[in-house]
Design a protein around this ligand. Sequence first.
Ligand code: URA
Length: 280
Amino acid sequence: MLVLLQELRSALAHELAIQGPYVPIAATPAAGVAAPAPSVFRSNTGSSPLEEADTPMPTTDLFGNEMDPAEDPTLPPYERIAALIPENSPLRSFNTLAEVEQYVNDTVLIPLDKTRLNAVFGVGNPQADLMIIGEAPGADEDRKGEPFVGRAGQLLNKILEAVGFQREDVYIANILKSRPPGNRDPEPEEVQAHIPILYKQIALIQPKLLLCVGKTAGNSLLGKRSSLAALRGKFHDFYGLPVMATYHPAALLRNPQWKRPTWDDVKLLRAHYDNLVGQS
Ligand code: URA
């Protein structure tokens, strides 16, 4: 056993010397953006299917090092994603979407939370298997307190319907819950402050698949700095959950030539959904 451990240690040391420390792609934040909370550890009372009822999973690896639950592939995605929420955030203690929404309505996390007309928390089926993630509310959404209700929202509804989803069947939320003035791009600090709310929504809703619309939503969630062309057309792994990114409907209104690749993306999404959830 000792020999085996020594061999493992030396193999790992060799590997690290060649490759540098292992950094999973999905957990690598773009500089300053969407930082999944730095090494947040949580107590190990989870409900992994691999876990025996009274045999807690070890919180350390083979070498006695503390494990970050977000990086533990034996845990369910929702536990891993919940572990991204900073330890000192009140979000950790909430058990329902209603509690989270109340917190969002009542709390100023960034200056935009003071200038908004309404917080735009999210809408749809709280048990949806598919979650749509946009960037931030625009003027219409700010007025109504609901995501994707303007022209872009109407096009999003049509895109969903084209592959057999009704708006009410899915859950729709944004990275930012407050409107940036003049619809400017979210600042990295704004994303960092608000994205734990989305982590909590994902952890509570437990969708099987995520669709990010637009480059900002995709990059913010995945911690990347890629072009939409590089992000789209395939599934990314977000702590065990498949994520597709495609064009933002507002971009499609300005560039109708992108409708075709969007159609390809959502067909792929639908096929993967049917595999995971079963045909409806
Ligand atoms: N664009 C977004 O990204 N989200 C909305 O809610 C509306 C427009």
